[in-house]
Each structure stands twice: as structure tokens, then as C-alpha cells.
Design a protein around this ligand. Structure first.
Ligand code: HH2
Length: 281
């Protein structure tokens, strides 16, 4: 499964088929779907619905990272995500990624069948690189300035794209030094994580500069406030059209994975995109 996913990531990065990652938040407080899927059976059936809509990956998270969110205790996080991962893995072949920054949660999730690790903290927790180095699964390294509780307090960069490229390059070097294959590493600029509206849109406009680092790039803007602010939509559920447009632009700039709540809409948009791109598969 892991190798298969790695191969698909390679193809996605070569722009043959961008992958759609569906969001499955098993949390009481996520900004868009908090509390909807805290019950494991509901979370599993939501995940299977997203799989039915064409998700290529299902991203299971047990800790909200929205601005201002409080950290979650490790045991609570494990209790939230493990039954959901087990339930999904026993019901579908669509690979699961685990959205966590905690090394022990990474280990337990992969042992339960997760086929990818997605870390919004860029593997900066003590022991995180060591935990994933010994696994045979792809890993997404995301950039975040500061931590969720304070990250939106006046974030500053000298050049947002250059600074993030430097950060991601440094994290890749740390992973490579720990023996990880280049092919396993996915990069993500972390839209909304310690960025102003201007930073976020500059990142989207110049996403190709991060794609040029030579790793598959994941873009996650789904329903985020950068879109709500731009379009004057307070309710995250009203940001679907803006989300689809933003992710399509990210794909156009070379993104290999889009992380979205609204899988069916994204899959349709990508069908249109694929019908008009030169690469046939
Ligand atoms: N965004 C969120 C969570 N995980 N992972 C990656 N790689 N990239 C992202 O942009 C990203 C992510 C935040 O969105 P969501 O999961 O919907 O909200 P919350 O953190 O409140 O659960």
C-alpha cells in the first residue's frame, strides 16, 4: 500500500493526476466541521462517503489546528483517531493519512493501517523525525510560523515564499540526514498557519517556486478564512466555490495533492482541468 501510494505521488507530482485528500476531523472544535464526526462510527461513514465521491486519500485528524486551538492530550488524540483509522482500513482500500504532530500517535496510526503521515508541525516535535524515519510511508512536512494558539498574531516574513522554501529545505535536509528517501517527502506551505491574507495569496500565486524544490506539494486551503475574508463569507460552509477555485489554481501551479472538505466538487473540477491539459494517462 505504501509503495503504491508513493508511486501515485510520483505520478501526481509529474502532473498526470493530482490526488484529492478528503478531510476527516475527529474533533469537537475544528473550524469547519468540529463536532460533526467525533463519534467514531460517524467519522468512518463520513470517510467512506468521501471515498465514494472519489477521494484518493483520507486524512484523519484528532486535534484541531485552527488559530487559537488548545493542544490535545495524547491519549485523547489516540482514542479519537485509532478506531476511525481501523474502521476505514477495514472497509476501503483508499489510503488513510494521519494528521498529527505527535510521534507516538504517528507510530500507533501507522501500526493501525495509516499509509501516510501528515504533520502540520513539520516533524519538529522531539522524536518525530526518528519516528517516521523507520516507517515505509510518505510524510507531509508543513510550514507553520509559531503554534496554533498564537500563529495569527502579526506574522512577519522577509519574503514569504523564500522564507518558507528555506524552512522546508532545512526540514528535508534533517529527514535525509535521518536516512529518509527523497521520494517519501511531501511539502506544504501551510496556508493559514501564521500567514496574513496577503501572505496566503502570494504563496498561492508563487506556488510553482515551492514545486520547483522537487517534491510533491500539498495545498490545503479548504474553507479557510483567507477565502472567507476575500469573498465576504463568514460561514465556512459557504466557501466551497472559493475552495474549489483556489485548489484548481494550486494544481495549475503544480500542486500534487489538494486537501479538501468538499471532495465531490473538487473531483468534478479536476475532471474539467484534466480534460483541458496536455498530459494524457
Ligand atoms: N490544514 C489543516 C489541518 N491539517 N495539513 C496539511 N498538510 N495542510 C493544511 O493546510 C492543513 C493540514 C486545518 O484544516 P482543518 O483540518 O479543516 O481544521 P482544524 O485544524 O480546525 O481541524
Amino acid at each position: 500500500m505504501a509503495r503504491n501510494l508513493q508511486q501515485r505521488l510520483k505520478e501526481a507530482a509529474a502532473h498526470q493526476r493530482p490526488l484529492v485528500m478528503g478531510v476527516v476531523n475527529v474533533t469537537p472544535d475544528s473550524f469547519s466541521d468540529g463536532g460533526l464526526f467525533l463519534d467514531p462510527a460517524r467519522a468512518v461513514s463520513h470517510a467512506l462517503a468521501l471515498a465514494g465521491q472519489g477521494a484518493d486519500l483520507l486524512d484523519v485528524g484528532g486535534e484541531s489546528t485552527r488559530p487559537g486551538a488548545d493542544p490535545v492530550d495524547q491519549n485523547d488524540e489516540l482514542e479519537r483517531v485509532l478506531p476511525v483509522i481501523e474502521g476505514i482500513v477495514s472497509a476501503t482500500d483508499v489510503p488513510v493519512s494521519i494528521d498529527t504532530s505527535k510521534p507516538d500517535v504517528m507510530r500507533a496510526a501507522v501500526a493501525a493501517g495509516a499509509a501516510m503521515v501528515n504533520d502540520v508541525n513539520g516533524l519538529r516535535a522531539e522524536g518525530a523525525i526518528e519516528a517516521v524515519a523507520g516507517m515505509d510511508v510518505p510524510v507531509c512536512i508543513m510550514h507553520m510560523l509559531g503554534e496554533p494558539r498564537t500563529m495569527q498574531h502579526d506574522p512577519r516574513y522577509s519574503d514569504v515564499v523564500g522564507d518558507i522554501a528555506d524552512f522546508l529545505g532545512e526540514r528535508v535536509a534533517a529527514c535525509r540526514a535521518a536516512g529518509m528517501d527523497k521520494d517519501r517527502i511531501v511539502l506544504d506551505p501551510g496556508f493559514g498557519f501564521g500567514k496574513t491574507l496577503a501572505h496566503n495569496f502570494e504563496l498561492l500565486r508563487r506556488l510553482d517556486e515551492l514545486v520547483a524544490l522537487g517534491h510533491p506539494v500539498l495545498a490545503g486551503m479548504s474553507r479557510k478564512s483567507m477565502l472567507g475574508t476575500l469573498c465576504g463569507r463568514d460561514n465556512p460552509a459557504d466557501r466551497v466555490a472559493a475552495s474549489v477555485a483556489a485548489h484548481l489554481l494550486a494544481v495549475q501551479k503544480g500542486a500534487a495533492i489538494v486537501r479538501v472538505h468538499d471532495v465531490a466538487e473538487m473531483v468534478d473540477a479536476l475532471a474539467v482541468w484534466r480534460a483541458t491539459t496536455a498530459i494524457e494517462d
